[in-house]
Design a protein around this ligand. Structure first.
Ligand code: PEP
Ligand code: MN
Length: 263
């Protein structure tokens, strides 16, 4: 995945004029968890109105407590994919284990590997063999170099459609959920030809500070921003504390586009 191996930046083509990577700013937005059809419909309408083409949403959720909501599973994914297609949207959703890859592959546009699975090498090997792009998040306590090596697992398996995503790391700081490492953006852009995204929602974990960090990430050189938005964040089944409502989300989309134009 090194720039020494390939000088030209990798741009992923998802069809329908949706391209991810250098040359444009990609926006991926949606709820932390897919919860029901009404929630999906509301988010999809909001995204279409805002001109956002990619929706995120988990159906297999890695939760710190096993008693928390763990997602709608494969059945939820089929509904998510079907509704997204009706709205002309592409979907990004997390895969947690090898056995899910085959079950999910026909119903995803981009597989997400979450921060708890960045070094699940068997999962990375399996994703090296599919023909769907992979958004690979940085590990909870992972270094930049470890992230790049994880990407090598997928790349060397034959799947070269990879997006790297900085989502905050665990540090000694407790004032925020994680410490968003914006240093990673220019460093990754220098080292790799792959698209580099930033997830400010998990990066800071506090709704009121998501937008400024998203804009900072755009200025730092990110090729895309992934964030959480839902109809009523206060009632979300997961990560409501860092989820934007639609007004905040619409304002952020406008601000990100303006900021990107300044680069
Ligand atoms: C998520 O995107 O909802 C998620 C669980 O992210 P991460 O793996 O970065 O914690
Ligand atoms: Mn989340």
């Amino acid at each position: 995945v090194s720039r020494k191996w390939r000088v030209h930046p990798t741009v992923l083509d998802l069809g329908d004029d949706i391209r991810l990577g250098e040359g444009s700013l990609s926006i991926v937005a949606g709820p932390c968890s897919i919860e029901n059809e009404a929630q999906m419909e509301a988010v999809m309408q909001h995204l279409v109105q805002s001109g956002v083409r990619l929706m995120r949403g988990g159906v297999f959720k890695p939760r710190s407590s096993p008693y928390s909501f763990r997602g709608l599973g494969l059945e939820g994914l089929r509904d998510f994919y079907r509704l997204a297609r009706q709205h002309g949207l592409r979907i990004v959703t997390e895969v947690m284990q090898v056995s899910q890859v085959e079950e999910m592959v026909d119903f995803v546009d981009v597989f997400q590997v979450g921060a708890r699975n960045t070094q699940n090498f068997n999962l990375l090997d399996a994703l090296g063999g599919v023909d769907k792009p992979v958004l690979l998040k940085r590990g909870v306590s992972g270094t930049i170099d470890e992230l790049l090596h994880s990407a090598e697992y997928i790349f060397s398996g034959g799947n070269e459609d990879i997006i790297l995503c900085e989502r905050g790391i665990r540090t000694f700081e407790t004032a925020s959920r994680n410490t968003l490492d914006l240093n990673a953006v220019p460093i990754l852009k220098e080292k790799t030809h792959l698209p580099v995204f930033v997830d400010p929602s998990h990066g800071i974990g506090l709704r009121e500070h998501v937008a400024p960090l998203a804009l900072a990430a755009v200025m730092a050189g990110a090729d895309g921003i992934l964030y959480e938005t839902a109809p009523v964040p206060e009632r979300a089944a997961s990560d409501g504390q860092q989820t934007l409502n639609f007004d905040e989300s619409a304002r952020l989309v406008t601000a990100m586009r303006r900021t990107y134009a300044l680069r």
